[in-house]
Design a protein around this ligand. Structure first.
Ligand SMILES: [Zn+2]
Length: 293
């Protein structure tokens, strides 16, 4: 890709991610509370004054206002700017991943720019669903259906697009293999769902209480539907590592006794594991296989 175009598209990716994440901030706050995401327009929760368009520019407005309401100077949580930066960075990273590595690890659409654009679009949608779901899970210990079921539908739908492309558009050369993307996606969904369902069942027997919500089971189904069964295994291992590190940290910091049951949402760690898979998955598999050589 031409270097100038690469810079322009990189900037566009970051800015689009920040704008989408700005909207996700609204979703994260309002959807679990059963409020409309359209009306009323954004307003300060303290003084109720409406937020003008120039006070609603992602990242820049928060910095310009130094994290305070322009009217009453009430502090605005730094989480808003953090979510916006996270959206920008992850959109940019997904774009660069596909441009630099190619989309072959994720999609069989090797039809040039259109195939790469489709892969980037699916990754961007999934990143948006994960950001909203993770922060809602942090706040309310529940994973919304639009993240979990939405991810499964996204994964299966994208696999059908790939299957259709192999069957029709690829000049007939992929006709015999057309069923593979859909089978891989379905296998990932069933494996992810089944594996976490089993973990949940064993956990509930061992701790005699619900150790994990059904939302986490559905979320792993979505990881499988999008990235296949191997991604499920890697995501499960990484998410338990991330979750344990944070859990142990929380116990040490709060001096909670080990025996005491601390409810920590698992969804965000599944998302962190899935992100690690998305950005470093093939390298991790290589590294693991090299251990045995
Ligand atoms: Zn205010």
């Amino acid at each position: 890709m031409d270097r100038g175009l690469l810079y322009i598209l990189s900037f566009f990716s970051f800015w689009l991610g920040a704008c989408i994440a700005s909207f996700l901030n609204v979703v994260i706050w309002r959807v679990p509370r059963g409020e409309s995401i359209v009306t009323p327009p954004s307003h300060c929760p303290k003084c109720g004054s409406s937020i003008r368009w120039w006070q609603n520019i992602p990242i820049l407005s928060w910095l310009a206002l130094r994290g305070k309401c322009a009217n009453c100077r009430a502090p605005i949580s730094p989480r808003y700017i953090l979510v916006e930066m996270l959206g920008g960075v992850l959109f940019l990273a997904a774009f660069l991943l596909v441009v630099l590595r190619g989309a072959g690890w994720f999609s069989v659409l090797d039809c040039g720019v259109a195939g790469d654009a489709a892969a980037v679009l699916v990754l961007w949608i999934w990143i948006s669903l994960m950001i909203a779901g993770s922060f809602i899970d942090f706040d309310h210990q529940l994973l919304p259906d639009f993240t979990t079921v939405g991810g499964m539908v996204l994964g299966l739908a994208f696999s059908l697009v790939q299957a259709a492309w192999l069957a029709c558009a690829a000049g007939g050369r992929g006709r015999d293999a057309a069923w593979i993307p859909f089978a891989w996606s379905l296998a990932g969904l069933v494996f992810g769902f089944g594996l976490l369902w089993l973990v949940r069942w064993i956990g509930s027997k061992a701790f005699r209480r619900e150790a994990m919500g059904m939302g986490d089971v559905f979320l792993m189904g979505a990881v499988g539907a999008l990235f296949g069964p191997i991604a499920v295994l890697v995501t499960l291992i990484l998410s338990s590592v991330f979750g344990s590190v944070v859990g142990i940290g929380m116990i040490l910091l709060s001096k909670t006794k080990l025996g005491k049951f601390v409810a920590i949402p698992y969804g965000p760690y599944i998302c962190m594991g899935c992100l690690a898979w998305m950005f470093r998955g093939p390298e991790m598999i290589d590294w693991y296989l090299h251990l045995f050589r």
